[in-house]
Design a protein around this ligand. Structure first.
Ligand code: NAP
Length: 285
């Protein structure tokens, strides 16, 4: 899909780059010539990902153990990252999420999600933006959202609230930092099976999580599909896109808007349509 050198020389930090979607994006960026930097709390997970990516693509992968909820730790980590040279792109991907009835949430549980997604995303964005602006350098920020940033999400309220806040950050800073040549974009994924997402959000007690009836394309997303979109959005070819978030969900949120009737009618045969036409035209008379 892309030239092999699409991201040649780009230094790209992916938070949460040691697992799941983050790791898949780093793989893709490395294959396209980028110099990846990955950050997460678990040093062993980062080291394992770095080894795999280095073996596959022959690029050095820099790793930084850091908790994005800690503003001081983020600042110190960005100092260490910048000591090896400036970043070109930041991908805010680190997140946490779980299912719960919102009336049972403790303040700590609410903070656990909002602190990673919203505050951590903002700390990293401000740390990068401040350095780009001071140096007169352009930069890209890609934030991994979720479709619930647009629709809200019952039983995942803290995540929906936090991701909607990140979308607002994208739109705010796209304008504020546009004159500095800094772009901010988002990806709002639907369902992409990863151990992290499946472990927290698709327990076997939730029958609806097992099928794909709620997705227009009737399948979950592939990690390479998301990684390709991310590669395009951080590439120079997307240089005129800013302040925008792209939904990649196989039509899931539109299928949801169609409601259960929409899903049922997709399975109707000719006889059922004929019976429906006959009944509704009878009623019109
Ligand atoms: P995942 O594998 O659980 O990824 C989460 C990553 O964030 C982990 O690498 C984790 O590493 C890191 N992280 C968590 N807390 C952190 C903290 N305080 N500081 C630094 N790093 C932290 O899940 P995923 O499915 O790949 O999700 C990746 C992104 O896609 C998330 O933003 C998620 O909301 C979004 N998304 C996923 C789906 C999906 O279906 N998979 C759908 C919509 C949106 P450590 O634990 O080592 O810190």
């Amino acid at each position: 899909m892309f030239r092999d050198d699409l991201l040649a020389g780009q230094r790209i930090l992916v938070t949460g780059g040691g697992t799941g979607l983050g790791r898949a994006m780093v793989q893709r960026f490395a294959a396209l010539g980028a110099r990846p930097v990955i950050l997460g709390r678990r040093a062993d997970v980062l080291a394992d990902a770095a080894r795999e990516i280095e073996a596959a693509h022959g690029v050095a992968v820099e790793t930084h153990a850091c908790d994005v909820r800690d503003a001081g730790a983020v600042e110190a980590c960005f100092d260490r990252i910048w000591a090896n040279g400036p970043l070109d792109t930041l991908v805010n991907n680190a997140a946490g999420n779980f299912l719960a009835r919102s009336e049972t949430l403790s303040p700590r549980a609410f903070d656990a999600v909002v602190d990673i997604v919203l505050k951590g995303g903002a700390y990293c964005t401000m740390a990068a933006g401040r350095r780009w602006i001071a140096a007169g350098r352009p930069g890209n920020v890609l934030c991994i959202l979720t479709q619930s940033a647009l629709t809200g999400a019952p039983f995942k309220m803290p995540s929906a609230v936090a991701k909607a806040g990140v979308l607002s950050m994208i739109r705010s800073l796209a304008v504020e930092w546009g004159p500095h040549g800094i772009r901010l974009v988002g990806i709002a994924p639907g369902a992409f099976p990863t151990p992290g997402a499946s472990g927290q959000l698709a327990p076997s007690t939730l029958a609806g999580a097992q099928g794909n009836e709620d997705i227009a394309l009737r399948r979950t997303g592939r990690l390479d599909e998301l990684a390709d979109l991310a590669a395009f959005l951080v590439s120079p070819q997307a240089g005129y896109i800013t302040g925008e978030a792209i939904v990649i969900d196989g039509g899931k949120w539109l299928q949801g808007a169609a409601g259960p009737g929409g899903v049922e009618m997709q399975g109707w045969d000719e006889a059922r349509w004929a019976a429906t036409r006959a009944e509704t035209s009878r009623r019109q008379k």
